[in-house]
Design a protein around this ligand. Structure first.
Ligand code: DND
Ligand code: ATP
Ligand code: GLN
Length: 743
C-alpha cells in the first residue's frame, strides 16, 4: 500500500523591508506549488519581512506591515486548498518572536515561535527576538489583530510549541538554527509521531559549508525517519550575506529534491511526491526507536486541521519521486557563483547606478574581482537565454537600454555594465598595464588607461611648497617614513580618481547614472593590514574581502579552464604579486608583497584560521604551530603539552630528547612569525573598521562591522604572551642542544 502526498518547499529571493516584493514572491511560490499538485508549501524564515532587517525589527511598523501582508495572503482565495507555512515576526505581550504562521483556507491554524535562536557569528537574533521558553506543551490563546479578524471573523489562534494533526498525518516545525542544536526539535517531533518536519531557514553561504547543513538533515532523517522539508532565502537581502537557498526534500535520509544553491531566479519551488508509508515502515521496524517513542512525553500542543493531504489511492497517475544524488559545487565554483549572484542582486536593487567600476592593476586580486563580474554577466546571459524575463527587464533597466535590446553574449552585457581602469605611474610596469588591458578586452568591459604621475607630482609639490621639505624614496636615500608617504599618496589618489571616473564614465558614454566602485583587497591582506587606509580598498563593495589569496589563485585557474579563451589568466597566476608603488630599478621590482609583509599568503591564511575559527590567542597559536610547522617529531609533540603544563620539566626526559628535530621550522622561527603576525595585526586593526562591505565568504572573515568584533586599539607587544613564548623557546633550544651533545 502507498500513502502518497505531494509537498513543496522553496528558495525565495526576499529583500529586507520589501513587503510588497516579498508578498509577491510568497504568493508566486504558493501558486507554483499548487500548480505542481502540492498540498503543503513552506517558505523561508521571516519571509514576510526578509530575514536581514536587523535593527528594523525594533520598529512596530515591521510587525504591523507583516500582519497587513498576511491579511492579503489570507484573503486571496487562489491560495486555498493547500496548507501554507509563512515566516514573520509577531509581538505577544510586548515580546517579539520569530514565528511560523500556519494557514489553511484563510484561517490561521496555529503559530509556532522559534525556541533556539541563532546568536553566533553573523547572527544576532537575541538582539531582536525572545526565545520561546514556555513549558513544552504549553500554548496560549493569541488574540489576532483586527486586520486579520475582520477577514473571516477569526479572533484567536493557538500560539506555542505546536504540531499540526491533519487528517492522516502529523506535521511539525523547527526553524533554521534549531537543526544545528544538540537537542534538535526534530528528535522529539519524530518520537511524537510527526511524519513531516518543516524547516524554514535564513542561512547564509560560506565556502565549503553546504555539506554541514545537508549532513545534519540527512542524518536527522536517517536516524529518526521522516520527511524533511527545508526552505531557505536566496540572494542578497541588503547586506554582506548571500543566502544560498538549496531548498531540500529528504525522505528517511535520501534526498528526493534539491533546489539551486546559486541562481538568479527570484522564486524557485521544488516539489516531491513522497510516501508516508515509507516513513511508517522505516520507523516502526526499529524497536529501540519505538521504545524511546513510547516513553516520550507529549511535548507539543497538537492542533487538529480538517485537511487531508494524502492523495486518494484512485489517483494512479501519481508516483513517488525517486531519490537524487546530492549536488555540491567545488569551492572555486562557489567563488564564481556566490559573489556573482550577490553583485547582481545588489546592482539591480540599488536603483540609480548603471554598473560597476574597478581599478584594474594587472594583479591577482582585481583580476579575480573582475572575473566575478564576468561570471555575473555570464549568469545574467544564461538566465535570459533560459527565458527569465525578470532578469532581462532588470538588465535593460540597469544598463539604461531600450526594451528591444537583448544581449547576444556575456561580453555584450559586460560592455554595458563593467568599467575597468588601469591607473599607472612611473612605478608601473608595461607587463601589468598590458595584462590589465588584455583581461578587460577579453571580458568585454569598457577599459581606460591613465597615467597619474602629474597628480602625484602636484601633491608632492604642494607639500614641498607648504613645508619646505621634499620626501624621497628609500632607494634614493629617503627614510622609511618618506618612502611610505610617497607610496600611500599614489594609492589614495587612485581611490579619488576611481570615484571621479565611476561618476562620469556613463556620462562620457552618453548614458547616465554612476557606477559602483569595486574594491579588491583579500582577507589575508586585510588581516595583516597590508593596504593603505582609504585607498582603493575603500570602495562601495568588495566581492573578495573574505576570500583568501590561496583560494583566489585556485579560482583564477578554474576560470582559465571553465571559460573559453581565457588563457590570459595564466599570466596573472604566474606573475609575482607587487604593489608597484616604488620605483623599478634596472627592470627589477624593489617591492614584492610577501617579502614586504614578512609573511607568506599561505601563512596568513593559517594565522587567520587559528585566530578566528580556532579562537587561539598568541601563546596557544604558537604552541599549535609548533606541532604543525615545527621540526619536532611526533614523540616530542606528544610530550609538548605536558611540558608546558609542568614548566618544561619533561624535556629532561631522555625519550623526549631522543625525538630529534628533523624538518620544518625551529621553535624560534615559529615564535618570530607568530609575534610578527600579531604585531602587524594589532597595529593595523583600526583599518578593519573602515573596510568596504565585503561578501561574507569565510568563517575567518575579518569584517569588524558585523562578524569579527575586536578592539581598534590593541597593544601590539602582547608582552605577557610573548614572554611565555620566549620561555618555551629557550627551554626547547636548551633541550635540543643537550640532544646534540648526547648524539
Ligand atoms: N591605532 C590607530 N587607530 C586609528 N587610526 C590609526 C591608528 N594607527 C594609525 N592610524 C591611521 O592610519 C594611518 C596609517 O595607515 P596607512 O595610511 O594605511 O599607512 P601604513 O599602514 O603605514 O602604510 C600602508 C601599508 O600598506 C602597504 N601596501 C602594500 C601594497 C599595496 C598597497 C596599496 O595601497 O596599494 C599598500 C604599504 O607597503 C604599507 O605597509 C596613520 O597615518 C593614521 O592616520
Ligand atoms: N596600476 C593600477 N591601476 C589600477 N588600479 C590599481 C593599480 N594599482 C593598484 N590598484 C588598485 O589598488 C588595489 C590594491 O593594490 P595592491 O597593489 O595592493 O594590489 P593587490 O591588493 O595585491 O591587488 P592586485 O592583485 O589586484 O594588484 C588593487 O586591487 C587595484 O584595485
Ligand atoms: N537563521 C538561522 O537560524 C541560521 C543559523 C545557522 N547556524 C546557519 O548558519 O544556517
Amino acid at each position: 500500500m502507498t500513502n502518497l502526498i505531494t509537498v513543496s518547499t522553496c528558495n525565495l529571493n526576499q529583500w529586507a523591508l520589501d513587503f510588497k516584493g516579498n508578498k509577491e514572491r510568497i504568493v508566486e511560490s504558493i501558486l507554483i506549488a499548487k500548480k505542481q499538485g502540492s498540498k503543503l508549501r513552506i517558505g523561508s524564515e521571516l519571509e514576510v519581512t526578509g530575514y536581514g532587517c536587523l535593527d528594523h525589527f525594533y520598529e512596530n511598523d515591521t510587525i504591523t506591515q507583516s500582519w497587513e501582508v498576511l491579511a492579503e495572503i489570507i484573503k486571496d482565495a487562489r491560495l486555498y486548498d493547500i496548507l501554507i507555512d509563512i515566516g514573520m515576526p509577531i509581538l505577544y505581550e510586548n515580546c517579539r518572536y520569530n514565528c511560523r504562521v500556519i494557514v489553511y483556507n484563510g484561517i490561521i491554524q496555529g503559530i509556532r515561535p522559534k525556541k533556539w535562536l541563532a546568536n553566533d557569528g553573523n547572527y544576532r537574533e537575541m538582539r531582536y527576538f525572545t526565545p520561546w521558553m514556555k513549558a513544552d506543551n504549553y500554548s496560549i490563546k493569541y488574540k489576532l489583530p483586527f486586520v486579520i479578524e475582520q477577514i473571516h471573523n477569526q479572533a484567536f489562534v493557538c500560539l506555542g510549541n505546536i504540531t499540526m494533526n491533519c487528517l492522516g498525518t502529523k506535521i511539525g516545525f523547527e526553524t533554521c538554527e534549531e537543526l544545528f542544536t544538540p537537542q534538535s526539535p526534530n528528535i522529539d517531533l519524530s518520537l511524537n509521531g510527526v511524519e513531516i518536519i518543516c524547516n524554514s531557514s535564513g542561512s547564509h553561504h560560506e565556502l565549503r559549508k553546504l555539506d554541514k547543513r545537508l549532513d545534519l538533515i540527512i542524518n536527522a532523517t536517517k536516524r529518526c525517519g521522516g520527511i524533511y522539508l527545508y526552505a531557505n532565502q536566496i540572494g542578497c537581502d541588503g547586506d554582506r550575506l548571500y543566502y544560498d537557498g538549496c531548498a531540500l526534500i529528504v525522505v528517511n535520509g535520501e534526498v528526493v529534491a534539491q533546489g539551486s544553491q546559486f541562481s538568479l531566479n527570484e522564486v524557485e519551488v521544488i516539489t516531491a511526491t513522497v510516501d508516508l508509508d515509507e516513513v511508517r515502515s522505516y520507523r516502526s521496524s526499529v524497536i529501540s526507536r519505538n521504545m524511546q517513542a513510547m516513553a516520550n512525553d507529549n511535548l507539543f500542543a497538537s492542533i487538529d486541521v480538517p485537511f487531508r493531504l494524502q492523495e486518494g489511492e484512485a489517483n494512479s497517475s501519481l508516483k513517488p519521486t525517486t531519490k537524487k544524488t546530492i549536488r555540491y559545487h567545488s569551492p572555486e565554483e562557489e567563488i564564481a557563483l556566490g559573489p556573482a549572484c550577490w553583485l547582481w542582486d545588489y546592482l539591480r536593487r540599488c536603483g540609480g547606478p548603471s554598473g560597476y567600476f574597478i581599478p584594474l592593476s594587472g594583479g591577482i586580486d582585481s583580476c579575480a574581482t573582475s572575473m566575478i563580474v564576468y561570471s555575473m554577466c555570464d549568469l545574467v546571459f544564461k538566465a535570459i537565454k533560459d527565458g527569465n524575463k525578470k532578469v532581462l527587464s532588470d538588465l535593460q533597466k540597469v544598463s539604461k537600454q531600450s526594451l528591444e535590446w537583448i544581449p547576444e553574449s556575456p561580453e555584450q552585457i559586460s560592455d554595458k555594465l563593467f568599467h575597468t581602469c588601469y591607473m599607472g605611474t612611473s612605478n608601473s610596469s608595461k607587463e601589468t598595464k598590458d595584462r590589465a588591458e588584455a583581461l578587460s578586452k577579453r571580458i568585454g568591459a569598457y577599459h581606460t588607461t591613465l597615467n597619474m604621475d602629474s597628480i602625484v607630482a602636484a601633491m608632492v609639490t604642494l607639500f614641498e611648497v607648504t613645508t619646505g621639505k621634499k620626501p624621497i624614496y628609500k632607494i634614493f636615500g629617503g627614510s622609511p617614513t618618506e618612502n611610505l608617504a610617497l607610496q600611500n599618496i599614489q594609492a589614495r589618489l587612485r581611490m579619488v580618481l576611481s570615484y571621479l571616473f565611476a561618476q562620469l564614465l556613463p556620462w562620457c558614454r552618453n548614458s547616465y547614472g554612476g557606477l559602483l566602485v569595486l574594491g579588491s583587497s583579500n582577507v589575508d591582506e586585510c588581516l595583516r593590514g597590508y593596504l593603505t587606509k582609504y585607498d582603493c580598498s575603500s570602495a562601495d563593495l568588495n566581492p573578495i574581502g573574505a576570500i583568501s589569496k590561496t583560494d583566489l589563485k585556485k579560482f583564477i585557474l578554474y576560470c582559465s579552464e571553465h571559460y573559453e579563451n581565457f588563457s590570459i589568466l595564466k599570466d596573472f597566476i604566474t606573475a609575482v604579486p607587487t604593489a608597484e608603488l616604488e620605483p623599478i630599478v634596472e627592470g627589477q621590482y624593489t617591492q614584492q608583497d610577501e617579502a614586504d609583509m614578512g609573511v607568506s599568503y599561505d601563512e596568513l591564511s593559517e594565522f587567520g584560521y587559528l585566530r578566528k575559527v580556532e579562537k587561539l590567542g598568541i601563546y596557544s597559536m604558537f604552541v599549535k604551530l609548533l606541532h604543525k610547522w615545527g621540526k619536532t617529531s611526533n614523540s616530542l609533540h606528544d610530550n609538548l603539552d605536558g611540558c608546558i603544563v609542568t614548566q618544561l620539566e619533561d624535556l629532561d626526559n631522555i625519550d623526549v630528547k631522543k625525538s630529534v628535530l628533523t624538518r620544518g621550522l625551529s621553535p624560534r622561527e615559529i615564535a618570530e612569525k607568530v609575534k610578527h603576525f600579531h604585531k602587524f595585526y594589532a597595529i593595523n586593526r583600526h583599518k578593519q573598521t573602515t573596510l568596504t562591505p565585503a561578501y561574507h565568504a569565510e568563517n575567518y572573515s575579518t569584517d569588524d562591522n558585523r562578524f569579527d568584533l575586536r578592539p581598534i586599539l590593541i597593544n601590539s607587544k602582547f608582552e605577557w604572551g610573548s614572554a611565555k613564548i620566549d620561555l618555551l623557546v629557550d627551554a626547547m633550544e636548551k633541550a635540543e642542544k643537550e640532544i646534540m651533545k648526547l648524539d
